[in-house]
Design a protein around this ligand. Structure first.
Ligand code: HEM
Length: 406
């Protein structure tokens, strides 16, 4: 239940995304004037290292997470600086044949990804061996339509997202039956492993649907990476205790599984950069410099959404991004954000929003609020979207997806 103080709505609605720079600036000024008032996240793998500091904690270990474990490696280690998401469709034949094709593919991917993560082993690709130590982490997920079609054991809440105001989604970059996220220290590793995974997918009858690359800036170990607006992104990620409640499935078949919500969000970085710094900070509700909330002095201070200026205006404005996304509006619910930046063409750069949560309905609730009044709206446009059930990890001797068939 919402516990946040009532906010006066902004007196002018956010401008439609995709505006020209001048209009965006004017619109932003209006939204901000009406404001009356990433990550180096790391989660412990439940079974492998129960006491490990989570999310925004200390410096990450240098060793990559092993492939085999209770959770998939893409979420058990520190965020690696390069990513590639690859989506496939499994064209329908018969349910029985499609289930068999999926089972075969997941078994092959388990073998391929395990060998690639181990890097130097005899069964890994020679191009990876020649490249030295591989730092690879991976996530395999299944789209809601495939799960429904094949009657797979996935969480009841797994569903496509509803449309949101302002969405400009390109279907050719969205959705998919199977989603593979590869993260690595470099794009070479990503290219080789994506090729191996694609070869296996084609052999199983799957068809490539879209792929997307992303990157992080060089970041000190343990520090939060910045997005292309220049802000630290991933600061308020949940720790392991909160993640057990909000990110990972409950004890049972979905324990150590989660749901990925992916949004490709184009950002008008030049227009945002042209705002005075103070207005940028007001739009976010945090300071770009140190990532601290406007009501605090250090990055990890809790934003005080009740704090007001002497004139009664909120210090963190009504339309500020961190106010609208804060867990107080969702009964404390938190999502784990591990976003990446992308830069595909002049005028097409932004954020690959990758967030993990037990219940994708949480994304819908937050995005409903953002779409209505986020001060960032004049500068952003959602251009692609996908939802995937991220399978539990495959402990040694098992395959990804072993619990899907019951
Ligand atoms: C280009 C678009 C976006 C940008 C640039 C952006 C940037 C940021 C930044 C800088 C923060 C504050 C630091 C932090 O805690 O990480 C933040 C927080 C957050 N954002 Fe976004 N974000 C974007 C889109 C979204 C979307 C689409 C959602 C979900 C619908 C979202 C959900 C959140 C949440 C849940 C928080 C943490 C709030 C808290 O617990 O205090 N963001 N975002």
């Amino acid at each position: 239940m919402p516990t946040e103080p009532e906010n006066a709505p902004p007196s002018s609605p956010p401008a439609a995304p995709g505006l020209g720079r001048r209009r965006a600036l004017l619109a932003a000024g209006a939204v901000l004037a009406a404001g009356v008032g990433a990550a180096a996240g790391e989660l412990a793998d439940g079974d492998r290292s129960p006491g490990r500091a989570a999310a925004t904690g200390g410096p990450p270990p240098e060793a990559p997470a092993p492939f085999h474990g209770a959770r998939q490696s893409g979420l058990t280690g520190t965020q690696l600086p390069a990513t590639k998401l690859v989506a496939f469709d499994l064209p329908p034949t018969s349910a029985a044949a499609d289930r068999e094709a999926l089972r075969t593919l997941l078994t092959t991917w388990t073998r391929t990804l395990a060998a690639a993560t181990a890097g130097s082993g005899p069964s890994s690709d020679p191009r990876l061996r020649a490249h030295g130590t591989t730092r690879l982490a991976s996530l395999v997920g299944l789209g809601p339509a495939l799960a429904a079609r094949l009657g797979l054991a996935v969480p009841a809440g797994l569903a496509e997202l509803p449309p949101f105001p302002g969405d400009r989604l390109d279907p050719a970059r969205s959705g998919g039956d199977l989603l593979l996220q590869l993260c690595a220290a470099d794009h070479w590793t990503l290219a080789v492993v994506a090729e191996l995974a694609t070869t296996a997918a084609l052999a199983a009858g799957a068809a490539p649907r879209w792929s997307q690359s992303g990157f992080l800036p060089g970041t000190e170990p343990g520090a939060t990476p910045r997005n292309l607006f220049g802000f630290k992104d991933g600061t308020a990620n949940p720790d392991e205790d909160a993640a057990r409640q909000w990110v990972w499935g409950p004890p049972g078949p979905h324990e150590n599984a989660t749901v990925l919500v992916y949004r490709r969000i184009r950002m008008d970085t030049a227009a945002f950069a042209a705002l005075p710094e103070e207005q940028q900070d007001l739009a976010m509700g945090r300071r770009a410099g140190d990532g601290a909330p406007l009501t605090g002095t250090a990055e990890h201070d809790e934003p005080d959404l009740y704090a007001k200026h002497p004139d009664g205006a909120y210090v963190i404005p009504a339309a500020a991004h961190v106010r609208l996304t804060g867990p107080r509006l969702d009964g404390g619910a938190r999502m784990l954000r591990r976003g990446y930046s992308y830069d595909d063409a002049p005028g097409d750069r932004g954020l690959l929003f990758c967030a993990f949560m037990r219940d994708p309905g949480q994304f819908t609730r937050v995005q409903d609020r953002l779409a209505a009044r986020d001060a960032l709206n004049p500068f952003i446009e959602h251009t692609a979207s996908a939802v995937a059930y991220v399978l539990p990890g495959a402990p040694e001797g098992t395959s990804l997806g072993d619990r899907l068939w019951s």
